[in-house]
Ligand binder design. Structure first.
Ligand SMILES: [Zn+2]
Length: 152
């Protein structure tokens, strides 16, 4: 049974190197991210969530993303990744965590599932822009370290 999703669903951010992929939950279309050389591995998974104890919004993340399942389909393998994103709420000191599952098939990514325990996944406007900005700084810093050529 499928219900219609009318509101914007909260996203999860999948980070590989300096690249960030935003995957909204329950989206009918997959998020396309071509990866011809197979180098995009979800190294970090990040999201924002509201603490159920005090209501403050926190960033949760995990650097331990595990590949849980692979199955062959028409256009190659479908791979599922799982991560438990955690943090301690700085406001009330509660441990908050959220388990997420994303999957990749062909060039498409999907945010399949999540399991909220102590918080509620929430979209924070501007959060991904900040992440993108950090990623850009990080890439620029690496580039400057690679060459002595500075052009700003
Ligand atoms: Zn709290």
């Amino acid at each position: 049974m499928k219900k219609n999703v009318t509101k914007l669903e909260p996203p999860v951010y999948v980070i590989s190197g300096g690249e960030i992929l935003t995957i909204p939950f329950g989206h009918s279309e997959t998020i396309q991210r071509p990866d011809p050389d197979g180098k995009f591995f979800p190294k970090t998974v990040m999201l924002s969530a509201k603490c159920k104890m005090c209501g403050s919004i926190n960033v949760l993340w995990s650097d331990e993303v595990s590949q849980t399942e692979t199955r062959e389909r028409q256009m190659g393998a479908e791979t599922t990744y799982e991560a438990k994103c955690e943090n301690r709420c700085p406001t009330c000191n509660a441990e908050i965590s959220l388990e997420v599952e994303v999957s990749k098939y062909a060039d498409g990514w999907k945010f399949d599932n999540y399991n909220e325990e102590s918080c509620k996944i929430t979209e924070v406007k501007g959060f991904v822009d900040a992440l993108e900005e950090f990623a850009k700084w990080s890439r620029d810093a690496n580039r400057k370290a690679d060459s002595s050529n500075e052009d700003d």
